[in-house]
Design a protein around this ligand. Structure first.
Ligand code: NAD
Length: 436
């Protein structure tokens, strides 16, 4: 069996590398030639733990990297993992996937193979049946379900654990008609992930499952963040003890209850916006989803207002931001809350210095010379009037009084409560802890 993966981003490259490392015959395809060159040389274009190791293992087997989509011709399974970002109005932007499907359709037109196309990209319900299927049929002059298979296969991996999540997903969702193609794909996944539940449903339900998943996770985060705001007003109260305890209740579960500066990253914000937009189109008022977003926006405002109050204004103040990636162990800054914070600070003429163990290059590409980039944590802290810990990188846990000696004003806003157990000789404010 030969497999193609179209789009070598976080999802596609993780899938390509895992399958190739397991000795499947895989072709990874991306339009970005420079990206293809790096990947072919065993270099990941972004940081993801275990990815490079897995990629190198794959390259030693039968993995090929191509920028030409015609390489799909002799492939049985074709996974589509191109980006589906948000457009200016918050809805889903389908131009990238439409373009990819147009050239895929044209390329399989004269093929003798019965290809099975699996859509991993996140798309709102109805997209596969109403948009992708007609594009593929019109351009290939073939019939879905008869000449080729078309299956929704949403992805649930998390960056920073992408390889593990690709190897051991919590579930496999397959959406589409119960054809011979579906049977073949079910067999493939049963072998690949024995013991992992496979849910077979229709296209629109499979598409909706992905949004249900992400909007529920965003809801948990906004819920705990709202509670953390209340805790801040209760002297001595501690959001972590509350989260830990309610998380023990199996009806609730402990994950995604870590109070902080709000949810960010390449998925939750854009998927929430796309779902809200989609709900409105269906005529449903997304009251709860809107509230989840609203809490998220206000959480960042809360941090800014603490800084403003404690510093007596923000203009010309030197503020250090520790962590710009949207979570630790990634260099991804897409829709990172720290990036939003920097943008808001720049509007208020704050002098921003940032530190991040992995994401400095991506941050530089975004802000150029508008902010300062520290090479080390001491460098970031020197002369600062306020430190804001945004990302839970392990390195920041080690900070002690000694490290803060070179600050101009000793003030810390700890959005992750990383230093809450230490006796600090600074004005310390932590999200979710009520000051005694
Ligand atoms: P990405 O933007 O990192 O990567 C997409 C890749 O597709 C890029 O390398 C781009 O060059 C390539 N591409 C674009 N057009 C192409 C074409 N016509 N042919 C070949 N390659 C093409 O995206 P990502 O983060 O990997 O996400 C991919 C999809 O998976 C999105 O729909 C996303 O919502 C979803 N998803 C992402 C994650 C995540 O954590 N990143 C998790 C689950 C689901």
């Amino acid at each position: 069996m030969k497999i193609a993966v179209i789009g070598l981003g976080f999802v596609g490259l993780s899938l390509t590398s895992v399958l190739a490392s397991k000795k499947f015959n895989v072709i990874g395809i991306d339009v970005d030639k420079e990206k293809c060159r790096k990947i072919s040389n065993g270099i990941s274009p972004f940081f993801e733990p275990e990815l490079e190791k897995t990629l190198k293992k794959g390259l030693k087997n039968k993995l090929h990297i191509e920028s030409d989509i015609s390489a799909v011709l002799d492939c049985d399974l074709i996974f589509v993992t191109v980006g589906t970002p948000q457009n200016k109005t918050g809805g889903i932007e389908l131009s990238i996937i439409k373009k990819a499907m147009t050239s895929l359709g044209k390329n399989i037109r004269n093929s003798k193979k019965e290809h099975i196309i699996l859509i991993k990209s996140t798309v709102v319900p109805g997209t596969i049946k109403d948009v992708i299927l007609p594009i593929l049929e019109n351009n290939s002059k073939k019939k879905a379900g008869k000449d080729f298979g078309l299956i929704s296969n949403p992805e649930f991996l998390q960056e920073s654990t992408a390889i593990k999540d690709t190897e051991f997903p919590h579930a496999v969702v397959l959406g589409g008609y119960k054809t011979k193609f579906m049977k073949k794909v079910e067999k493939f996944f049963t072998k690949l992930h024995p013991k992992i539940p496979i849910i077979i449903t229709n296209h629109q339900t499979a598409e909706m499952i992905k949004y249900a998943n992400n909007s529920f996770l965003a809801t948990k985060i906004s819920f705990i963040n709202q509670l953390s705001n209340i805790c801040q007003k209760i002297p001595g109260s501690n959001i972590d003890d509350i989260a830990k305890t309610i998380g023990l209740d199996p009806r609730i579960g402990g994950l995604f209850l870590n109070a902080g500066p709000g949810y960010g990253g390449s998925c939750l914000p854009k998927d929430m916006k796309a779902l809200i937009n989609f709900a409105k189109i269906t005529g449903v008022k997304p009251t709860l989803l809107n509230a989840v977003e609203d809490v998220n926006v206000k959480q960042l405002e809360e941090i800014i207002s603490i800084a403003k109050k404690k510093l007596g204004g923000l203009e010309s103040k030197k503020i250090t931001i520790l962590g710009t990636s949207f979570k630790p162990n990634t260099d991804d800054i897409r829709d990172s809350i720290a990036i939003e914070l920097i943008k808001k600070f720049l509007k208020r003429r704050v002098k921003v210095t940032v530190h991040d163990p992995r994401a400095i290059e991506n941050t530089k590409n975004m802000f150029k010379n508008k902010i300062n980039y520290a090479k080390s944590i001491p460098d970031a802290i020197l002369g600062s009037q306020c430190i804001i810990i945004m990302t839970q990188w392990k390195q920041y846990e080690k900070l002690t009084n000694k490290d803060f000696k070179q600050m101009k004003k000793k003030m810390i806003i700890d959005c992750r409560r990383m230093l809450s157990e230490k006796q600090l000789d600074v004005d310390y404010y932590a999200i979710g802890l009520g000051k005694e």
